[in-house]
Design a protein around this ligand. Structure first.
Ligand code: GDP
Length: 295
């Protein structure tokens, strides 16, 4: 994870740590940091603002006069990375006495169906009684895939034949069935598309209006960098997202999506997917992520 960005940042910060530091060394070094961030596919404005903030702090008298200014700058970069990705927010509160509804959205291939299963498994282990609803009637294999996942983790899956139902209907019937079975959390696996389009957003907005989910969570493929961030922006404009789950961080060498998505959309990253297996879901901790990025 993050091999490429870690290497480039380490080089840039290492250059600043050597020798005596002057304001112009710092500015040169920070230009290199900015280059490393852009190479990692961090959003342009985010990278610029980040480097401006670090530079402003780093050229302060206290840093330049300190015994180890290089180390101080690494500390500033670390703190600003944590700020950029934070604050910590992985809350999924269960509603007392009513069904908690989570609407999971995302583009096709982002890992949405797998993540529904991972989340259900995690919530079940925490003592909740989840039910999965197969509301992705677009991708032919999605219903079967969700049923297989449900069986693996011992969580019931509500599904209807794709050609004789509608996404809203399947969600509403799913809620009734979840009530009947005494479940307390409903996870809606909604449809994806290859790209954000009007038909997809219309479908999701309809589910959002009719089911009134307590949280709308977007599943994004971290490996797609700025594309993931741009799609998060579109989804958020249509649905007012409560959180992002970034998947495939195990294969992401650059970190651009992880570093930009909160700053660009204002939506917190709640969880990260770090592998294909159903137990490979972790709570997102900005401080640990910043440590990993700095190597
Ligand atoms: P959907 O079309 O968004 O529902 O995507 P799927 O859930 O079918 O996932 C697409 C592919 O991504 C599958 O091969 C998953 O195993 C894989 N995948 C999902 N999450 C992760 C993850 O965190 N890490 C890795 N390496 N693969 C993942």
């Amino acid at each position: 994870m993050f091999e490429a960005i870690t290497q480039n940042l380490t080089e840039a910060l290492g250059n600043m740590a050597r020798g005596k530091l002057s304001e112009s060394n710092i500015r040169d070094g920070m230009a290199q940091v900015r280059h490393a961030l852009l190479e990692a596919d961090v959003n342009y404005d985010v990278a610029k603002d980040f480097c401006d903030r670090v530079t402003e702090e780093a050229v302060g008298e206290q840093v330049l006069k300190s015994l180890k200014p290089g180390e101080q700058i690494v500390g500033i970069v670390y703190r600003e990375l944590v700020n950029l990705m934070g604050p910590v927010d992985h809350s999924i509160e269960l509603r007392r006495g009513e069904m908690t509804v989570l609407m999971m959205c995302g583009l096709q291939g982002s890992g949405k169906t797998t993540t529904c299963g991972k989340l259900a498994k995690m919530l079940k282990e925490e003592g909740a009684k989840p039910m999965l609803v197969a509301a992705d009637l677009q991708r032919p294999a999605a219903i079967e895939q969700l049923k297989v996942i449900g069986e693996q983790i011992g969580v019931p899956v509500y599904a209807e034949p794709a050609d004789r139902s509608s996404p809203v209907k399947v969600c509403q019937n799913g809620r009734k069935e979840a009530n009947r079975q005494g479940c307390n959390i409903l996870i809606l696996d909604t449809a994806g598309r290859l790209h954000v389009d009007d038909a997809l957003m219309k479908e999701l907005i309809e589910i959002d209006n009719r089911l009134m989910p307590h949280q709308a969570l977007l599943v994004c493929d971290a490996m797609t960098g700025q594309d993931a961030v741009n799609s998060a922006k579109s989804f958020n404009e249509a649905l007012e997202l409560d959180g992002v789950i970034l998947t495939k961080l195990d294969g992401d060498t650059r970190g651009g999506a992880a570093l930009s998505v909160k700053a660009v959309t204002g939506v917190p990253i709640k969880y990260i997917g770090v592998g294909e297996q159903l137990d490979r879901l972790e709570q997102f901790h900005p401080d640990r992520m910043a440590q990993r990025i700095l190597g």
